[in-house]
Design a protein around this ligand. Structure first.
Ligand SMILES: Nc1nc2c(ncn2[C@@H]2O[C@H](COP(=O)(O)OP(=O)(O)OP(=O)(O)O)[C@@H](O)[C@H]2O)c(=O)[nH]1
Length: 376
């Protein structure tokens, strides 16, 4: 286990997802602990029978601790709290924890002077147990955690020192110091775990993004294209226009053959940049389907899609493209299909129509845009 936490609650870069995780875990752990104080107080008073002259104090203290335990459970926190709400909740829950420990500390000290045995012994044993539980579980914040431990332990320390024997007091003091050391260690381990979990989440998100992007151009890959097309078709069924362009660079093999594979790669990368500039995300999704074949999912009707496809094709053909120190005129053939809910009952059918149109653009002489025919 590393000695220093991977992240710190005090760091300025302390991110929102860690704050939310901390607050959620504080809530989970604080909710569990509250009830024990009320039960322990009930035990302390039950051995003296809740009888006079302690009846009122007993009922009052048990009621107060039970109320504070209930507050811990009822304190509201939304499923996805914003930073303000998370911080407010954290202050509130720690305030309740501190109040509980102050009440308990006072009760255990008072029990030693006011109640007959074994009530003070029960109170003392529970103080030790609750101090250690705080050190292990409510260790997210050092200061309130230390204050809670001291609130539970110090009143008994004073009583033991004075009423029993200095040596017993010293033993209790050593026990308290040990608890604080345990809390500091738990605190470090807690934040190390949160940091490692955050790193893992970050890596997982990175892998997820990579698995959806084309390595050479950074555009969406075929998998992401498929998902984007399916999402767009769901929207299109609600009446939004949708068209699909499939673009294939003309005679790309010649680029490779004439200038080498690296130049071919550079050509693909520059082509992808120009494509994304002409069809800026996120509304249109530009993808590389493989080789020198690309696709654009467009939220445009037939006229809009045609105009944008032609503008891109014309601009590409009208001036040389610069890649890998070369200036070469590159042309592209484009197949376009417009979503028709009656015909395109499956994603594949829309794709097939665009592909058939691309085939006609190639066989018709390249450097042109063809539209899918209504009858397929
Ligand atoms: N540099 C490079 N070349 C690739 C890559 N993927 C496929 N190619 C090449 O792209 C070329 C595609 O050639 P063809 O399918 O004959 O198509 P074309 O030469 O573009 O001809 P038309 O599409 O008919 O106009 C092949 O030479 C492949 O090796 C890649 O990632 N990088």
């Amino acid at each position: 286990m590393p000695e220093r936490p991977a992240v710190s609650a005090d760091a300025p870069s302390y991110p929102h997802d860690l704050l939310v995780q901390e607050v959620r875990e504080t809530r989970q752990r604080a909710r569990l602990g509250g009830g024990f104080y009320a039960v322990a107080a009930a035990l302390v008073f039950s051995v003296v029978g809740f009888g006079e002259p302690w009846r009122l104090v007993g009922l009052g203290v048990v009621g107060l601790l039970a109320g504070l335990a209930l507050l811990r459970v009822l304190l509201p926190l939304s499923v996805a709290p914003d930073p303000r709400e998370a911080r407010r909740y954290r202050v509130a829950v720690w305030t309740i924890v501190l109040l509980t420990t102050v009440v308990w500390g006072a009760l255990s000290a008072w029990a030693r002077v006011a109640l007959p045995e074994p009530a003070p012994l029960i109170a003392l044993l529970f103080s030790g147990a609750s101090g250690m539980a705080l050190a292990h579980t409510l260790c997210m914040r050092r200061l309130p955690s230390a204050l809670a431990i001291l609130a539970v332990m110090l009143p008994s320390l004073a009583m033991l020192w004075r009423e029993v024997a200095v040596a017993v007091g010293v033993t209790w003091l050593v026990y308290t110091a040990y608890m604080l050391a345990v809390m500091l260690r738990s605190h470090r381990e807690y934040w190390t775990r949160l940091g490692l979990e955050a790193q893992l989440r970050h890596q997982r998100d990175g892998f997820e993004r990579q698995s959806r992007a084309d390595g050479l151009t950074g555009l969406a890959n075929r998998r992401e294209f498929q998902d984007a097309l399916e999402r767009a078709i769901i929207d299109a069924r609600d009446g939004q226009p949708l068209s699909l362009l499939i673009l294939d660079i003309d005679h790309f093999k010649r680029v490779n053959d004439s200038f080498g594979h690296a130049a071919g790669d550079a050509c693909l990368a520059v082509f992808a940049e120009r494509l994304e500039r002409a069809f800026p995300p996120p509304a249109p999704v530009c993808a590389r389907l493989g080789g020198e074949e690309f696709a654009v999912v467009l939220r445009d009707d037939a006229n809009g899609a045609h105009a944008r496809a032609e503008a891109f094709r014309g601009a590409l053909a009208s001036a040389p493209m610069t890649f890998d120190g070369l200036d070469e005129t590159i042309t592209v053939s484009i197949g376009c299909s417009i979503f028709d809910p009656a015909r395109h009952t499956e994603t594949e059918l829309l794709y097939r129509d665009a592909d058939a149109a691309l085939y006609r653009a190639k066989s018709g002489g390249r450097n042109r845009t063809e539209h899918a025919r209504a009858a397929g």
